[in-house]
Design a protein around this ligand. Structure first.
Ligand SMILES: NC(=O)c1ccc[n+]([C@@H]2O[C@H](COP(=O)([O-])OP(=O)(O)OC[C@H]3O[C@@H](n4cnc5c(N)ncnc54)[C@H](OP(=O)(O)O)[C@@H]3O)[C@@H](O)[C@H]2O)c1
Length: 214
């Protein structure tokens, strides 16, 4: 599958891109600066023994991708998503975005829409947004020599879009778990605030999350 990763120059997007490239997907790294995207793509090609990874502007990447992954900070949604709306029309868009504010009274700081994924859906009304991959730490993704133990919790309005996100998770060895409608994206994103706190408290980089009893 052709996967465009908006903000793919960052740690989370690059880690996802490397994992997917290694199992045979084609990756388009998106950036505000196409040159930065091309440089990151070249670096990832080296890391993945020359798998299919290219770099483009976010808008061009969205046009080229069959599936679009948003790996931007929450503060970048309102400016970036209107630019990619046309390219995302009718496609599955996966939001990995977690609105965290460091140094304030509250770590998880969702937007007025309730969650970053719901904000993304409002900005991309012609796309099928799925919230997923929030609990897979960038450090865990980048250590491509071992499997990731964490479950893939995901939610969204469209069953087929959730199945596409599930397939992408399975392709990198994750167990997908459907946690219902997009209105559950807030709690999903909030778990990352808990994991971030666990990482700090226990001096970890990659705590994860697994559902028992399934
Ligand atoms: N890091 C993790 O372990 C982790 C885990 C789970 C979920 N997430 C979520 O995944 C998303 C990406 O995480 P990250 O750590 O990779 O983030 P990041 O490095 O802060 O940002 C990713 C990329 O977004 C672009 N960007 C930065 N500020 C922007 C702005 N104001 N407007 C538009 N684009 C902007 C930059 O690319 P260009 O400058 O090239 O455009 C940057 O390389 C975040 O929402 C984060 O909460 C991260």
């Amino acid at each position: 599958m052709n996967i465009a990763i908006l903000g793919g120059t960052g740690k989370e997007g690059a880690g996802l891109g490397a994992r997917w490239a290694l199992v045979g997907h084609s990756i388009i790294i998106g950036s505000r600066d196409p040159e930065r995207a091309k440089t990151k793509a070249a670096e990832l090609r080296e890391r993945t023994s020359k798998m299919a990874i290219m770099g483009e502007s976010n808008a061009e990447a969205a046009k080229l991708g069959e599936v679009i992954v948003i790996a931007l900070p929450a503060s970048g949604l309102a400016t970036t998503l209107p630019e990619v709306r046309e390219g995302c029309r009718g496609k599955v868009v996966i939001s990995t975005v977690v609105p965290l504010t460091f140094g304030g009274p509250r770590l998880y700081t969702p937007p007025a829409a309730g969650s970053a994924a719901e904000e993304a859906q409002a900005l991309l009304p012609d796309a099928n947004v799925v919230a997923a991959f929030h609990h897979i730490a960038a450090d865990e993704l980048s250590e491509t020599d071992h499997a990731i133990e964490c479950d893939l919790l995901l939610c969204g309005a469209d069953a087929a879009a959730k199945e596409t996100a599930s397939q992408l998770g399975r392709s990198m060895g994750l167990r997908p778990i459907d946690v219902g409608p997009l209105s559950n994206a807030g709690p999903l994103e909030g778990i990352t605030a808990v994991l971030t706190t666990v990482n700090r408290r226990y001096k970890l980089k990659n705590s994860g999350f697994k559902i028992t009893g399934l």
